[in-house]
Design a binder for this molecule. Structure first.
Ligand SMILES: *Cc1c(COP(=O)(O)O)cnc(C)c1O
Length: 353
């Protein structure tokens, strides 16, 4: 129903629907790719230290300290780093600042479902290109005239990784528009494209602290690219919200990049358990896509995805099911800690008798 008080745009919007954040703590939550391990103790300490009288002040608007820490971590200059309130906000700014042109923006048919939502919000034309039968991105499809290209690497919700050589090939064939590589899951097994930003001034790489750094609740995302691309993002940011990162988020995020040991030990545990869980699921009749992320994308050879997802919900295990063409029988399952993974496998054993 059209609401007369709403703008035409809002009447036509189809917002993104995030995975359920249940109020019951008892559920085994494997539906939103959160990290099962808490953030570094040094992050908590830094936030605690920051929580004082200074909260009466606005935070530094350009988050210089954090951008310098990220620049140092990745070996790029502070002018090549942008930060925002979660990478979703960074991506929104990318769509408005860099991907809105007269020609359509290109992304895969099966990908992060926020991309078409941003296109709707900003009135951007887009064209989806089908993944191959084994759900990989064929870069040769992305060479036509376009207003920009965006895809996650590894892709979501498939977990499939595109080799750096393919990304570099794509950049060489596509010099007239911006290529955004959304590296939300890159730390779980892929090679980052950050090293290509000096050679390719149309490459923008986005990342988040929500997954590999266990800070989904802090809302910190970033982009790395040539300073002219970063300047475009700053122009949008400074026309929208001068202070996207609060002082606590800045302090916590700086501390997160300083604790390499916590980062390494938690991500290697998740990578190890992903392989174990993949084997256990395959033994139970699942087709498991190779994953370079902190989740598995799986299809049971006899049980439909909707029934499996509902059955697991009933047993207190939340996973993500997308009721969309080509993937309606797949489940996206976050790799949890060993106890959560065991609970999932036990629930499956009861459902699949
Ligand atoms: C989780 C995710 C994001 C967004 O993460 P934020 O929590 O907003 O930083 C972006 N892209 C993809 C593909 C994701 O899965």
């Amino acid at each position: 129903m059209v609401n007369k008080y709403w703008s035409d745009l809002v009447n036509r919007l189809e917002p993104y629907v995030p995975g359920e954040q249940p109020k019951q703590a008892a559920l085994v939550k494997l539906n939103t790719n959160e990290n099962p391990y808490g953030p570094s103790a040094k992050v908590i300490e830094a936030i605690r230290e920051q929580a004082g009288d200074n909260l009466r002040l606005y935070p530094p608007p350009e988050s210089d300290q954090l951008r310098r820490a990220i620049g140092d971590y990745y070996g790029v200059g502070i002018d090549e780093v942008f930060v925002g309130n979660g990478s979703d906000e960074v991506l929104a700014h990318c769509f408005q600042a860099l991907l809105k042109h007269k020609k359509p923006v290109l992304f895969p048919d099966i990908t992060y479902s926020f991309y078409p939502v941003y296109c709707g919000l900003y009135g951007i034309e887009y064209q989806t290109l089908p993944l191959t039968a084994d759900f990989s991105i064929r870069v040769a499809d992305y060479v036509g005239d376009n207003g920009g290209i965006i895809f996650p690497n590894p892709n979501a919700p498939t977990g499939c990784l595109l080799p750096l050589a393919d990304i570099e090939w794509l950049l060489q064939k596509n010099t007239e528009s911006v290529v955004v590589v959304d590296e939300a899951y890159i730390d779980f097994g892929g090679a980052t494209s950050v090293g290509l930003v000096n050679a390719y001034h149309n490459l923008l790489v986005t990342q988040t602290l929500s997954k590999s750094r266990s800070l989904a609740g802090l809302r910190v995302g970033l982009a790395i690219g040539n300073s002219r691309l970063i300047e475009a993002l700053n122009r949008v940011k400074n026309s929208f919200n001068s202070y996207p990162l609060d002082s606590l988020a800045i302090a916590g995020a700086v501390a997160a990049f300083a604790d390499e040991e916590h980062f390494e030990s938690t991500r290697s545990a998740i990578i190890r358990d992903r392989e174990l869980l993949g084997t256990q699921l395959a033994e139970r009749g699942f087709h498991v896509l190779p994953s370079a992320a902190n989740f598995l994308f799986v299809r049971h050879l006899s049980m439909p995805g909707s029934a499996l997802s509902a059955g697991l919900r009933q047993k207190g295990v939340l996973v993500r099911h997308f009721n969309r063409p080509r993937i309606e029988n797949y489940l996206r399952i976050t790799v949890g800690n060993p106890e959560q993974n065991r609970a999932l496998v036990q629930a499956l054993d009861q459902i699949l008798v």
